[in-house]
Design a protein around this ligand. Structure first.
Ligand SMILES: [Zn+2]
Length: 383
């Protein structure tokens, strides 16, 4: 495969790096270096063609909710649009302002709720439909920050999975460019088809599992091609088990809802896409959390399930209150049909992934937490 340079890639797509600093990106300038430091161990183990991995993570000077991963001459590249964290933080603050999501996390200060702020589709397009400021309760504001952080890490980890799990090199065989973009634009257009949907599903699974591990800090070990989990009974890095499962899932779920808000196709449209339908990505996030809990060797399973359910209900209610348009969020008019269609599509992804497996394994980056499961799609489960 012939790789392009980073400069040629950006120039060719008409894009520029956004040079972030403490003034123009106060949150990212602290958070991103910290996240990369936390990941440095397994990045060091990831190798490209036998050479040490050079991972470059930058912000892109583009509006809207998008990111891409690419493999270029200099190394492996993750680019995230400059406003992604701010879009997530605005959204999380508005959602948290209603006092429904994790109501126990509060100082008791009254917070003004952001109601009916407009069309959530504007979020993905890059214009923020409201002027939102810090919540009056600093404890609620910190909750919003951590939920937004969960969403940002999910996007970052989704791109990491594209790199580590061989998706870029595979895509290069069909498009000539080792790149995967999350949202197609005039300049960045992704290929579509069942194989592309499958790779996106695989990256989602890996990212969701990473989020659950970060939030719940289970003991894990590989065994017989799966990963066994034991959850902590005690409070973990993100609070109680009930709160931990919500920190691990709310960020990814909000990301899929932002994608959904600008989605024009229906979930029952079977035409090939670049990514699974956002409502399917939402359902996959939930199903995967349920699977992880149920297949865990031990731990507070009932409390985790209760926390997950409470998180889903409070997210739905808060989203409904926050935005004007929310009709398609839950296909409640045909839930059975939706569940069946989602499960059929997952079966298609599994079948497709196994067909691609040998090819993906050729460029799989053997390192860290992704090294043990190359014989299965990302995630811990075998079936
Ligand atoms: Zn992707």
């Amino acid at each position: 495969m012939v790789l392009t340079t980073m400069a040629d890639l950006l120039h060719g797509e008409g894009m520029q790096i956004f040079k972030y600093n403490r003034d123009n990106s106060p949150f990212i300038s602290v958070m991103l270096p910290e996240l990369l430091q936390l990941s440095s161990g397994w990045i060091a183990e990831g190798r490209r063609n036998g050479e040490p991995m050079n991972l470059i993570v930058d912000l892109l000077d583009e509006p809207g909710f998008n990111a891409f991963a690419a493999s270029v001459t200099e190394g492996d590249l993750i680019m995230i649009n400059k406003d992604v964290f701010e879009i997530l933080f605005d959204t999380a603050r508005a959602l948290v302002s209603h006092g429904i999501i994790m109501p126990e996390i509060t100082s008791g200060e009254t917070v003004t709720a952001y109601k009916s702020v407009g069309d959530p589709g504007l979020l993905a397009a890059g214009s923020r439909p409201w002027t939102i400021s810090e919540l009056a309760d600093p404890v609620r504001d910190m909750l919003a920050y951590r939920i937004a952080q969960s969403g940002f890490i999910y996007i970052l980890m989704h791109e990491m999975n594209h790199i580590f799990r061989g998706h870029l090199e595979y895509g290069a065989q069909t498009t000539g460019l080792a790149l995967r973009a999350e949202v197609g634009t005039d300049r960045l257009s992704g290929p579509s088809g069942l194989e592309d949907e499958t790779l996106e599903w695989d990256a989602d699974l890996g990212a969701i599992n990473h989020m659950l591990k970060m939030a719940l800090n289970p003991i894990t070990w590989p065994e017989d091609g799966t990963v066994k989990w034991i959850f902590n009974e005690d409070d973990g890095p993100t609070g109680t088990p009930e709160q931990g499962i919500q920190f691990g899932t709310l960020g990814p779920l909000i990301c899929t809802l932002i994608f959904e808000a600008s989605e024009t196709s229906e979930w029952d449209d079977k035409a090939p896409r670049s990514h699974p339908h956002p409502l399917f990505r939402y359902a996959t996030t939930v199903m995967n959390a349920v699977n992880v809990i149920e297949q865990a060797v031990s731990g507070p399973k009932d409390r985790l399930k209760a926390g997950l359910l409470s998180g889903l209900e409070s997210l739905h209610e808060s989203w409904r209150l926050t935005f004007d348009r929310h009709g398609s969020m839950v296909p409640s008019d045909d839930l059975d049909g939706f569940v069946a269609a989602h499960s059929d599509r997952i079966a298609d992804y599994r079948e497709t992934w196994f067909k691609l497996r040998d090819e993906l394994n050729k460029s799989h980056r053997h390192g860290g937490f992704m090294s043990d499961l190359t014989q299965y799609p990302a995630g811990h489960q075998k079936v």
